[in-house]
Design a protein around this ligand. Structure first.
Ligand code: GCU
Length: 410
């Protein structure tokens, strides 16, 4: 579709939406997007994808962006309940407070997980929430403080286990955080800053999500085959990395994750974040290779649709908000589009079914990639949560407690 026709069809679809109209001027096609399947390289099919092109993509993304993990599941990994299981949410859920303890060459450490598991005859699917806001603001295990950001009651009501951890508990979100938490257990932190091809913090936090999944696998009432990892903003970047690196996650939900997450780099959107900001304000999220790409976003030999493609043929949700220029909604939409051939060409699935950049409140959920645009600001709202749960329902995740089709009304 030409730039003009996109603008015209959008104005017709959403004439009254002023915030949305400002997005329309940006909708040029990106240039020179690095192809998922370079000509003459692997002819992708379901058999060679994993060890072939996917492995190649994983290595490039580790070298250039997220770093190489020194460890996956560590030999020393222990789970303990920090207080007895408790019935909550009007008798509808069991709460489990869990400590995940791990140890490596350089030390041991731990982080906490709060889980609300709906009572059900069948094993329940789950959402693992990578919480990027202070735990006391939204993760109250007693549910006295409640927040729309983490609507645990609603998640349970819809038949999903609501499981959350605070990312800062895995390793603090600050430059010297990379000498603490998981880093202090598995990395030689003395030399970590001098020569760091090892994991940056995004990968370390994503590693934490995988350890939560290790715990879930020990729970007889949770269906470990239907677990989504979800996060907002930096948490959304983490969710994508978690599912790309750990194929046990059946779904990833990236909410407003932007640069370094779901936003395509090869498109220059007014007001959106570029590598230069991430490299100067948060270099510790990445490995050293990433800094080399400052001001060269549109020349990087990879792009974010590669990260999303690593999740194929599993489910992916990408959510944006109209007033969130920083995250680049249109760039997030493009990533869904450019990743789609991984589903279509390799696995013969639908991938991303879209007739164009959608109007707010009109999720595109027909294939295995869901994209939606919400009106409003950078946030994770009950509307977004409903879109993600609707998508899981649509793919048959709904458990015994579910009550039929939900509509994500705005
Ligand atoms: C900053 C950062 C973004 C990030 C966001 C967040 O704005 O530049 O990349 O997504 O914080 O996590 O809130």
């Amino acid at each position: 579709m030409s730039r003009l026709s996109v603008v015209v069809s959008l104005s017709a679809a959403c004439a009254a939406c002023a915030a949305f109209a400002s997005l329309a001027v940006e909708m040029a096609e990106p240039k020179d997007v690095p192809p998922l399947f370079p000509p003459g390289a692997w002819v992708p099919n379901a058999k060679n994808w994993h060890a072939g092109r996917r492995a190649e993509i994983k290595k490039i993304l580790a070298d250039e962006v997220y770093g190489h993990r020194p460890v996956e599941r560590p030999p020393h990994l222990a789970f303990s309940e920090v207080s007895p299981e408790k019935t909550m949410m009007d008798g509808n859920a069991m709460r489990r407070l869990v400590k995940i303890e791990y140890g490596g060459k350089y030390g041991t450490n731990s982080f906490s997980v709060t889980a609300f598991v709906p009572k059900s005859q069948k094993r329940v699917p789950a959402f693992v929430f990578v919480c990027n806001r202070p735990a006391e603001e939204c993760l109250d295990p007693e549910r006295i403080v409640k927040s729309d950001f983490w609507p645990a009651e609603r998640i349970v009501e819809r038949g999903y286990a609501a499981i959350a951890f605070y990312m800062g508990d895995v390793t603090p979100d600050r430059p010297h955080g990379n000498t603490l938490g998981v880093f202090a257990a598995f990395s030689d932190v003395e030399s970590h800053y001098r020569n760091r091809r090892e994991w940056g913090a995004l990968s370390a936090w994503a590693w934490g999500a995988s350890r939560v999944l290790d715990w879930i696998e020990t729970q007889p009432d949770i269906d470990a085959g239907h677990v989504a990892v979800i996060g907002h903003s930096r948490g959304g970047k983490i969710a994508l990395v978690a599912a790309a690196w750990d194929e046990r996650f059946a779904m990833a939900c990236s909410n407003d994750s932007g640069c370094g997450g779901a936003k395509l780099n090869h498109v220059d959107l007014l007001g959106s974040e570029h590598f230069v900001n991430l490299c100067t304000t948060r270099p510790f999220w990445f490995d050293d290779g990433f800094v080399a790409w400052v001001n060269r976003d549109d020349r990087s030999p990879w792009d974010q649709h590669w990260l999303v493609a690593m999740i194929a043929p599993r489910l992916v949700c990408i959510g944006s908000a109209t007033d969130d220029d920083w995250a680049g909604p249109y760039g997030e939409y493009l990533t869904a589009r450019y990743a789609s051939p991984a589903w279509r060409r390799i696995f013969g699935k639908k991938g991303f079914v879209s007739s164009g950049f959608p109007a707010p409140g009109a999720p595109q959920q027909e294939g295995e990639i869901s994209y939606h645009l919400r009106s409003g600001k950078h946030d994770l709202t009950p509307y977004d949560w409903n879109v993600y749960m609707d998508f899981a329902d649509r793919h048959g995740w709904r458990c015994a407690r579910g009550q039929g089709k939900e509509e994500a009304g705005e």
